[in-house]
Design a protein around this ligand. Structure first.
Ligand code: FES
Ligand SMILES: [Fe+2]
Length: 438
């Protein structure tokens, strides 16, 4: 029997810490492959999920000043996020009330009004219609009847979320226990450096799930085993969302005697040396008596931040090295560290076999630092995203091909993949899937 077959058993997972050592299980959780390849399932998601969930759109740095705007796209959904002349952040469905044209594309600044380029209807940055060329031809047309259609927008730290559903619960409630869990983190003291969007030849869930478990570290990221404890990485589930706490700067227990301090150092520099700001081939320093290589690395990160005027010395050494990862239903993963964080999300594409992968990167700054101007770019498939991310992206292509083979009917998931399971349990609820998970 699978977790998806037995809702009571699923409930019992909530709030538990689950590690690679596992949980008593009677068998794998089975998920039908249809969810990844069938246009019918994608259509259900397009109707039941995407118009109703809170979604990561952009950073506060994209829309800080009056006149800043950002167009968020997710499948056919297009939402315009605008900082109004009054300083308020607003969101609108990106559709002209004349013949529906999308009013703005991309991101930018200096908007004084929202003017559709097609026939030049114009709205204030608050969404009020104020100008209609050749108005007489429409007969009586009341501006108040043709305001832009609003959407919900809210922020969590420096992350902007949107929701098309004006009746959806507030973002703070949607996030469940995540804000409390992140109480150690000064969420406002980060700025966005980049948002990169790239096409992926796989379903959006294949992408999201690639960032929802650490099981694959011993598969495709074996070079990371030198500096991460992938075996005792506790996970937690709320109802919609999940988290994984990953201790970095220590070797995987899988390495046994081979997990020496030198291995921790060299693999760290190879995979995340930029956090120390030193060349990848810097020889391993001596570890002072009573300290560990994790302490040495943590001090290196503190020093590197200090050299840029950023004090992170208030965090302990384990926290400085560790990653706290939050998987947000349905499609986003936020990876927090004291010196940086990133948000990885996937958006559905025109077919179930296509999606967009979006990476947003943030750096810690001194309190009160000015906004950043994030590099925002769409880049082609095949772009080099760095060694580890290239491994993730590479496997997402072959994963989608395998899912199309007619003999494969279900995925078989471990308790260690509980955040993937939780995504499907929530999809069951949202899509009214009922028995399809059996
Ligand atoms: S479609 Fe926008 S003004 Fe005509
Ligand atoms: Fe990965």
């Amino acid at each position: 029997m699978s977790l998806l077959d037995d809702p009571n058993k699923t409930e019992s997972l909530e709030g538990l810490a689950i590690t690679a050592s596992g949980l008593d299980r009677n068998g794998p959780t089975l998920v039908p492959v249809d969810r990844y390849i069938s246009p019918e399932w994608a259509a259900i998601e397009a109707e039941k999920v995407w118009p109703h969930v809170w979604q990561v759109a952009c950073s506060v740095d994209h829309v800080t000043e009056p006149g800043d705007f950002y167009e968020y796209r997710c499948g056919w959904i297009s939402i315009l996020i605008v900082r109004g002349d009054d300083g308020e952040l607003r969101a609108f469905q990106n559709a002209c009330r004349h013949r529906g044209n999308a009013i703005c594309e991309g991101t930018g600044s200096g908007l004084e009004e929202l003017r559709c380029p097609y026939h030049r209807w114009a709205w204030t940055t608050e969404g009020k219609l104020w100008q209609v060329p050749n108005r007489k031809g429409f007969g009586h047309l009341d501006n108040d009847d043709y305001a832009l259609i609003p959407a919900q927008v809210d922020t969590f730290g420096r992350i902007v979320f949107v929701n098309l559903d004006m009746d959806a619960m507030p973002l703070g409630e949607w996030l469940e226990g995540i804000p409390d869990d992140l109480s150690w983190c000064p969420l406002d003291d980060y700025r966005c450096s980049a948002q990169v969007i790239t096409p992926m030849p796989s379903n959006w869930k294949v992408v999201a799930e690639g960032f929802s478990e650490t099981y694959h570290i011993q598969g495709i990221h074996r070079e990371m085993l030198g500096h991460i404890d992938d075996v005792d990485a506790p996970q937690k589930l709320w109802h919609r969302h999940g988290m994984s706490y990953q201790n970095y700067g220590v070797p995987s227990p899988r390495l046994g005697k081979n997990g020496t301090p030198e291995v921790v150092w060299t693999t760290w520099l190879n995979n995340m040396g930029e956090r120390l700001g030193i060349p990848k081939d810097t020889p391993a320093p001596d570890v002072p008596e009573g300290l560990t290589m994790q302490d040495v690395i943590a001090q290196g990160i503190i020093d590197h931040c200090a050299s840029q005027g950023v004090d992170i010395s208030m965090h302990d050494n384990v926290r400085i090295c560790a990653i706290s990862q939050y998987n947000l239903f349905p499609n986003a993963s936020m990876l927090f560290m004291p010196d940086m964080f990133s948000v990885l999300s996937s958006r559905p594409g025109p077919t179930p076999d296509e999606s967009q992968f979006v990476m947003m990167s943030f750096r810690r700054v001194a309190p009160g630092a000015p906004r950043s101007t994030p590099l925002t770019a769409e880049v082609p498939a095949g772009t080099d995203f760095g060694f580890v991310m290239n491994q993730d992206v590479g496997i997402m292509k072959t994963a989608q091909r395998g899912l199309h083979q007619p003999g494969l009917t279900h995925l078989a998931l471990s308790a260690e993949e509980c955040r993937v399971i939780n995504l499907h349990r929530n999809l069951d609820e949202w899509c009214g899937a009922g028995d399809s998970a059996r």
